[in-house]
Every structure is written in structure tokens, then in C-alpha cells.
Design a protein around this ligand. Structure first.
Ligand code: THG
Length: 367
């Protein structure tokens, strides 16, 4: 593909200088912002992520901040996950649905206080939906996108690296919890979370001015841990079944179709805007669902359009993400498959644009 023209609409991040100095080879666009996708090669980045530690510029995971007396009520209006037991200091992965039960986003909700939340969004303009809800219901809450940019530290050595920069207390932060940690006199949210299955943390960098100082501090402290600049890795995230909004699902899909039923408590999520619609569809159950699919043959090209999934020549689904996996010696893929063909072991064909490939529905994701 040709190069993308830089402009102010394609936002840089507080870490872009470090990303460029590290030799980024490719970007995508996410929430109108640069998101690195390759440093050395997707395969080299993958192996390193699984053995060492990487620092990721994921500033494109923008925050929608809710502030005010109606913040908690608003958050529950947005999601079918029951938030009543959620305490300040916790993060929840939350499907966000519209009035039809269609997925608008699949962010991480960060509860800073009863009246202050961050919604760490995937790639859709959720801010406008949230502002519309606030106006339509005349809620007493301020909604905006603050100057907060996540920096992820991922990989088996992530905890050792973070302990060097923030102190040993970060080791006590549990999965999907956060603590406040000092960097250069500023108090930052540091959560144990991130878009990989290798373990790690996300630092919510509040104030773009400390972006490069923090980036540099992590790179220097991690020199002997073999720290690299990295990014969400296509192969690893497919192996781990981490979904990508806009690729693997859209607003045409319910959370149940996406396999996110375990993050829905539709009966008790009182106030959720999509509740009635989801109660209706959940009663029948979904007729198509996300599945891990192994696609045979040589390494596939990037999946930049939905690839038809066929059985006896008839379309029974689509593949939305695929990559050749070094560890599992097959093309790993994420697809949406109709009920009649979604059982593990079902043999299918995938039209990846260059002839049909044999494919098999897997019992579970690879990691
Ligand atoms: N971290 C933060 N913001 C984000 C992402 C992130 N915004 C965009 C995008 N990623 C949102 N999508 C996801 C998808 C999966 C997960 C998090 C955000 C995730 N899932 C775990 C899993 O499936 O194993 C755990 C879910 C759980 O058990 O609660 O982490 O990565 N800040």
C-alpha cells in the first residue's frame, strides 16, 4: 500500500517522537490517531513480546471522561454489565450497546471515584453517543476527552520493569485493578491490564508533557531486560481471542454474537439503554457467533475485508482477522460463523481472495 499523508486530523501522540526514534515500520489509524503496528517485523515483535518486555504507544485508546453526580448512572445506561459491585480502583471490560443491543464499542471502564470514570475506548466515536445520551436524559454529568494517553508495558518481564520505575508496590496491583503511582511528582493511574495475554500494565499518562520523559525512563530502566518499543501484535491477539472493534464486530452485532455474553448481566443491569432489546435476543440465543478458526496452507495476506466462510459452496460466515502463527503452525483466525456450522471440528472453506482454503472451527482460542 502507498503511504498515508500526515495531517493534523491524523493525530500524533505524546510518545510519537519515541516511536519514530525506535524505527516504527508501519502504522494504522485508530480513533483518528496514529497506532504503530510493526517495529522489526510482526513475527519478530511477536517472539519478543512472548519472551521479554515491550513499551506500547496506545495513546489511541482515548478516554471518555464522565464527571459529576450522574456519572455512575450514565455508565450503567451505556452497558449491560452490572456495575453495582464495582469499586473505585477497579477496571471492567464492558460491552457498550445502543437501543437495539448493537455493539457501539468494547472499552475498559475505569472507576476513579463514584462520580468520576474513564471509558478507555476502542475504535469508534463513542464520545458523541455519550454526549447525546447526557443531553437526551438531561443528566448532571460532564463528558469530554481529557489529555490522558495510555502507555502499555507488556510481556513476561513487565512487572520487573515497572517495579524499577514506580517501586515494588506495583507488584501488588491485581488484574484489572489500578493504583496511583508517582512519576516526576505527578500521580498516575497504573493498572494491571493490556491488549495481550502475556501479562503487563497500562499507565494512563495524564498530561502529554510527561509522555517522552516516561517513555525514556522505561527504555533506560529496561535496557538489561531487553526492552523494545512494541505495539499490539496481530498474531498474539488472535491467538488470545482479543477482539478488535470494527474488524471482528460492528454495531450490527450483539455482545452475545461476539462471545461477550459473560460480560453481560442484562437481567440486573437496570437502566441499560439496550436492556429490552438484549433481553429479547438473549432469550432465543444468537444465531451466529465469534469462533476461533484454523485456516490451512501457507501464510495468508492481511485480512483487509471480510473473507467469506463457505460450507458446500454456501456462505455460512466470515473471517475478520487472520495471521500465520509461528507457535501453532497454522493460520489462526477470528470469524463469525452461523449456528449450523459453529461446532468445534466443523470443516469449512475460506475464500481469502486467492482460491478456497480448508478451515476448521477450533474448540477454543489458542492462548
Ligand atoms: N486497554 C485499554 N483500553 C483499550 C484496550 C485495552 N481500549 C481499546 C481496546 N483495548 C478495547 N478492547 C479490549 C479487548 C479486550 C480486553 C480489553 C480491551 C481484555 N480482555 C481480557 C481477555 O479477554 O482475556 C480480559 C477481560 C476480563 O477478564 O475482564 O483485556 O487493552 N485501557
Amino acid at each position: 500500500m502507498a503511504l498515508i499523508s500526515p495531517s493534523r486530523r491524523l493525530r500524533r501522540t505524546p510518545f510519537s517522537e519515541g516511536v519514530e526514534a525506535a524505527g516504527v515500520k508501519a502504522y494504522t489509524v485508530y480513533n483518528h490517531m496514529l497506532l504503530p503496528t510493526v517495529f522489526r517485523s510482526v513475527q519478530e515483535d511477536y517472539r519478543h513480546l512472548k519472551t521479554a518486555v515491550q513499551v506500547w504507544d496506545v495513546a489511541c485508546e482515548r478516554q471518555v471522561e464522565l464527571r459529576g453526580p450522574d456519572a455512575a448512572r450514565l455508565m450503567q445506561m451505556l452497558t449491560p454489565r452490572d456495575l453495582r459491585a464495582m469499586l473505585p480502583g477497579q477496571c471492567y471490560y464492558v460491552p457498550i450497546v445502543d437501543e437495539t443491543g448493537g455493539m457501539l464499542n468494547d472499552p475498559v471502564a475505569v472507576k476513579l471515584a463514584e462520580d468520576r470514570w474513564w471509558i478507555s475506548i476502542a475504535d469508534s466515536d463513542l464520545l458523541y453517543w455519550v454526549k447525546g445520551v447526557v443531553q437526551g436524559w438531561r443528566l448532571d454529568v460532564l463528558v469530554d476527552e481529557p489529555d490522558v494517553s495510555p502507555l502499555a508495558v507488556q510481556g513476561p518481564k513487565a512487572e520487573d520493569l515497572l517495579a524499577r520505575v514506580f517501586g515494588d508496590a506495583v507488584r501488588d496491583v491485581r488484574f484489572f485493578r489500578f493504583g496511583l503511582f508517582d512519576f516526576q511528582g505527578r500521580s498516575l493511574v497504573v493498572a494491571r491490564s493490556g491488549y495481550s495475554k502475556q501479562g503487563g500494565f497500562e499507565i494512563y499518562v495524564e498530561g502529554g508533557d510527561i509522555g517522552m520523559p516516561l517513555w525514556n525512563a522505561l527504555m533506560e530502566a529496561g535496557r538489561d531486560l531487553d526492552v523494545w518499543a512494541g505495539c499490539p501484535n496481530l498474531i498474539e491477539r488472535i491467538e488470545g481471542g482479543l477482539l478488535s472493534y470494527g474488524n471482528d464486530m460492528t454495531d450490527d452485532n450483539t455482545p452475545h454474537e461476539c462471545g461477550l455474553g459473560k460480560f453481560c448481566d442484562t437481567q440486573t443491569a437496570i437502566g441499560c439503554i439496550g436492556r429490552d432489546a438484549l433481553l429479547r435476543v438473549a432469550k432465543e440465543g444468537p444465531v451466529q457467533q465469534i469462533r476461533p478458526i484454523a485456516i490451512e496452507g501457507p501464510a495468508l495476506p492481511p485480512c483487509d475485508r471480510w473473507w467469506p466462510v463457505l460450507a458446500k459452496g454456501k456462505r455460512v460466515g466470515r473471517v475478520s482477522s487472520a495471521a500465520a502463527s509461528p507457535d501453532f503452525d497454522t493460520n489462526v483466525a477470528i470469524g463469525m460463523v452461523r449456528m449450523t456450522h459453529w461446532d468445534p471440528g466443523t470443516e469449512l472453506e475460506v475464500d481469502a481472495g486467492e482460491g478456497l482454503r480448508k478451515a476448521v472451527v477450533q474448540p477454543k482460542f489458542w492462548i
